[in-house]
Every structure is written in C-alpha cells, then in structure tokens.
Design a binder for this molecule. Structure first.
Ligand SMILES: Nc1nc2c(ncn2[C@@H]2O[C@H](COP(=O)(O)OP(=O)(O)O)[C@@H](O)[C@H]2O)c(=O)[nH]1
Ligand SMILES: [Mg+2]
Length: 207
C-alpha cells in the first residue's frame, strides 16, 4: 500500500485550542466530549484524499502538541509544510495571541506555507455570544495583513470543518501541477506505530 502525500498540512496552536478535535472530526467524523482531555504528545499524523475538480490531492495532516514544552518539536513538524492551520479558541483571548506567535514563526521560517486561521469551538459562542473573546472582524483584518484565510469551525457540530480542509486542498491544486489520474492509497498512522509500517517517503517532511 502506498502512502504518498501531496501536501503537508500542519496544525499549530495553543494547547486546548481544539487541534486534535478538529483532526478527529475531519478524518474520523467524530467528536468525543466525554473523554478527559488528552494532551497530544509530540505529534500525530493522518491523511485524507480530497477530490478537487478532476484532480485528487492527498493531504497529510500533522496534529502537533500545543504546549510551550513541545515548541521546539512543533518547529520540526512544520518544516516543509505547504499549509498551516493555526488554531485558536474563540472563547480564549490568550489562544489568539498564541496564534499570532505561530504566524510569526511561519512567516520567518516557512514563508511559502499558506496560513489558515481557524477559530474553534464556534458552537459555544453561538450558544452564548457573551462567551466570545475573539472578534471575527479583528481576525479578518489581521488575516488580510498576513495574507491568510479565516475559518470559524465547530468540531462538535462539524460546521466549516470540511470546508476548511477543502480550501487547503483547492489552494494547493490551483498552484501545483497534479496529474489527473493521481491516486494514492492512504492510511492513517500514529507516530508510535510508524516503525511497524512500511511507509514510503519521509513521514516528517511529507516528501
Ligand atoms: N464545544 C466544543 N468543544 C470543543 C471543540 N473543539 C474542542 N473542544 C474541546 O476543547 C478541549 C481541547 O480540545 P483538543 O482538541 O484536545 O485541543 P488541543 O490541545 O489543541 O489538541 C477538549 O475538551 C474538547 O472536547 C468544539 O468545536 N466545540
Ligand atoms: Mg491535541
């Protein structure tokens, strides 16, 4: 089974900002609120094939640990990424400040990487507007400044999640020459299993 990835996408953001939930929703169509919070250690990898027009694009998605303790590791994970989904929690102002830190990192060290700002937990602020701590227009102004796109998502309801990753695939398909009959078998694997799998190419850089 091949596991070639066309485009490396990395999720960045403060811990508890909803990165793992976003990947779970997108790749496995589930949301598990009842499980106690699990801090992602290092990073986890999953892949998904997206059809854009008559092309097929395989996204390799890296979910990173958000805590400062793992900051140096996240730098390894975003290397070579073509897309970065920078997450912040719409109910938490400091997570938005942290998102700006990641944007600056990307601008400095991975300047070809497209940035997608992702405000998470939309369902919470839709249920109670008073809980919103990050204004939508502030974010879109900032996004214009840094040449990024903004999505507000809910991993609980699934709102805007497919749309976000479809946009990543679409932007990539627009910029790159992809053969029309490009088809890859993909599998989801986690780092701790990776030595058991015979993955082709480099799982770290997505090349
Ligand atoms: N209501 C709601 N809770 C969310 C959403 N996304 C994440 N959460 C919760 O926020 C917490 C942190 O999420 P997680 O995905 O583990 O964050 P990570 O540390 O960035 O990977 C968990 O308790 C999730 O259940 C969402 O869209 N809606
Ligand atoms: Mg996580």
């Amino acid at each position: 089974m091949g596991s070639k990835v066309d485009v490396k996408v990395v999720l960045l953001g403060k811990e508890y900002s909803g990165k793992t939930s976003l990947v779970e929703r997108y790749l496995h169509h589930r949301f598990n609120e009842s499980v106690p919070y699990q801090n992602t250690i290092g990073a986890a990898f999953g892949a998904n094939k997206v059809i854009v027009g008559n092309k097929s694009v395989t996204l390799g998605i890296w979910d990173t640990a958000g805590s400062e303790r793992y900051e140096a590791m996240s730098r390894i994970y975003y290397r070579g990424a073509k897309g970065a989904v920078v997450c912040y929690d719409l109910t938490n102002k400091s997570s938005y400040e942290r998102a700006k830190f990641w944007v600056n990192e990307l601008k400095t060290y991975e300047s070809n990487c497209k940035i997608y700002l992702c405000g998470t937990k939309l369902d919470i602020v839709q249920d109670d507007k008073k809980l919103r701590r990050v204004d939508y227009h502030t974010t879109t102004d900032y996004a214009d400044e840094i040449n990024a796109k903004v999505f507000e998502t809910s991993s609980k309801t699934g709102h805007n999640v497919e749309e976000l990753f479809f946009e990543v695939a679409k932007d990539y398909a627009k910029d790159e020459q992809i053969p029309e009959n490009n088809s890859n078998d993909v599998q989801t694997l986690h780092l701790q299993d990776s030595k058991d799998k015979n993955a082709e190419g480099c799982a770290f850089c997505g090349r």
